[in-house]
Design a binder for this molecule. Structure first.
Ligand code: SF4
Ligand code: F3S
Length: 104
């Protein structure tokens, strides 16, 4: 499966949802997550994310985000169309420590 990682937080560009063939993205206030049980591992979302937030869970960096993606994809609503990204999305691109500061 692929997972959304910390880099998405406060960026939320949503280009990923437009390309997912199985609509397995879920939307929190500041971040999206992937439902790992619905993701078919096609990989098309990964290069679409301007924040490089999407990774295959085989990468060490992604592993710790797998359970969070699973948990919140069962709580947050499904999203299938790109909305309007936050006005300050670019300012939060690459910012460290976003999970502690803004996760929701
Ligand atoms: Fe959707 Fe494919 Fe990305 Fe999985 S890898 S979230 S199926 S676009
Ligand atoms: Fe987040 Fe990237 Fe999608 S910033 S909303 S994972 S395009």
């Amino acid at each position: 499966t692929y997972v959304v990682t910390e880099a998405c937080i406060k960026c939320k560009y949503m280009d990923c949802v437009e390309v997912c063939p199985v609509d397995c993205f879920y939307e929190g206030a500041n971040m999206l997550v992937i439902n790992p049980d619905e993701c078919i591992d096609c990989g098309v979302c990964e290069p679409e994310c301007p924040a490089e937030a999407i990774l295959p869970d085989t990468e060490a960096e992604a592993e710790k985000w797998l359970e969070l993606n699973r948990e919140y994809s069962n709580v947050w609503p499904n999203i299938t169309r790109k909305g309007v990204p936050p006005e300050d999305a670019d300012e939060h691109k690459g910012e460290p420590g976003k999970f502690e500061k803004y996760f929701s």
